[in-house]
Design a protein around this ligand. Structure first.
Ligand code: CAA
Ligand code: NAD
Length: 283
């Protein structure tokens, strides 16, 4: 299948990064957000990052202009009608995602593949709300998208081999490494990463060490590029909580219970870097 035109839904930190890598790989990209301000922020963030790459000599000015001109913004899902692939990256909430997929199924071209960047929600359940479940798949990028090399490709039970192969090929075209994963809670990445982050939060909650000291232990002791609490702030504490809830409910195992301190921070609106406050404060 030839994929030339792509729509990315959600212009937050993931959607904007995903749109950027598609545009840099030569595809025509529509970036969608329901919120005009978020869309403008997403597009200007992409431009800033591309200009920084030019300053660093990693991209020519001409390449930057060409890549950026392949991007356009939209606030309507109907704009997906001429796209070959749609990648959804809206908030990690099943109700919201199902609503988006129902609408996409109505408005997208019959041949279009509908992919989701969900961190943990069941792809099989998302596929089931459409009339093209064989063309629904998980395409899980890592944050920050322009830097991280991995894409987990998650097969719903209904996903066809043709859909899988098209997404695997697309991932390689983006110069990323695909890993095939079956549809179970948290897939591979977040089934392993998120309990570590949750445990780091418990360590702070129980007064064992400060956030700074927990992060120092993991950075200097285990050579992690970021400590787990800095990483949680970077991912977004709301997203971390959603993922822990999916693991807890999906496996029915108490080892995945979200730390009460994580719940409290999310209730307070302390969502990490994106809200200006989480385990750390951001100007
Ligand atoms: N967006 C785009 N590019 C970014 C960026 C961002 N938010 N932050 C940093 N970069 C780029 C920089 O521009 C720089 O690029 P060049 O090498 O081309 O100049 C490069 O990353 C390195 O940046 P810095 O030197 O400023 O900083 P660093 O060396 O500390 O690296 C980092 C920053 C790459 C983010 C590094 O700290 C890191 O790898 N952290 C861990 C990230 C991680 O674990 N991600 C996975 C999260 S889990 C997930 O995504 C799944 C999920 O479902 C929740
Ligand atoms: P975010 O909060 O930064 O952005 C979400 C964007 O979606 C917002 O701009 C919001 O306005 C928009 N939106 C919400 N509902 C919408 C709708 N119905 N139609 C169009 N736009 C809508 O979130 P994010 O961190 O970019 O995460 C997005 C998705 O990617 C989630 O499913 C998350 O689990 C997943 N993910 C996140 C990370 C991470 O590190 N943050 C990593 C991998 C995957």
């Amino acid at each position: 299948m030839n994929i030339e035109r792509v729509m990315v839904i959600g212009a937050g930190q993931m959607g904007a990064g995903i749109a950027q890598v598609f545009a840099q790989a030569g595809l025509q990209v529509k970036l969608n957000d329901m919120n005009q301000e978020a869309l403008d922020r997403g597009l200007s963030g992409i431009e800033k990052r591309m200009l920084r790459a030019v300053e660093k000599g990693k991209m020519t000015e001409e390449e930057q202009k060409e890549s950026y001109s392949r991007l356009s913004g939209t606030t309507t899902l109907e704009a997906a009608s001429d796209c070959d692939l749609v990648v959804e990256a809206v908030v990690e909430n099943m109700e919201v995602k199902e609503k988006v997929f129902r609408k996409l199924d109505e408005v997208a071209a019959p041949h279009a593949i509908l992919a989701t960047n969900t961190s943990s929600l069941p792809i099989t359940e998302i596929a089931a709300v459409t009339k093209r479940p064989d063309q629904v798949i998980g395409m899980h990028f890592m944050n920050p998208v322009p830097v991280m090399k991995l894409v987990e490709i998650i097969r719903a039970i209904q996903t066809s081999d043709e859909t899988y192969q098209a997404i695997e090929e697309m991932t390689k075209k983006l110069s990323k490494t695909p890993v095939e994963v079956e549809d179970f809670p948290g897939f591979v990445s977040n089934r392993i990463l998120m309990p570590m982050i949750n445990e780091a939060i418990y360590t702070v909650y129980e007064g064992v060490a400060t956030p700074e000291d927990v992060d120092t232990v993991m950075k200097l002791g285990m050579n992690h590029p970021m400590g787990p609490l800095t990483l949680a702030d970077f991912i977004g504490l709301d997203t971390c909580l959603y993922i822990m809830e999916v693991l807890h409910e999906g496996f029915g195992d108490s080892k995945y219970r979200p730390c009460p301190l994580l719940r409290k921070y999310v209730k307070a609106g302390w969502l990490g870097k994106k809200s200006g406050r989480g385990f750390y404060s951001y100007e």
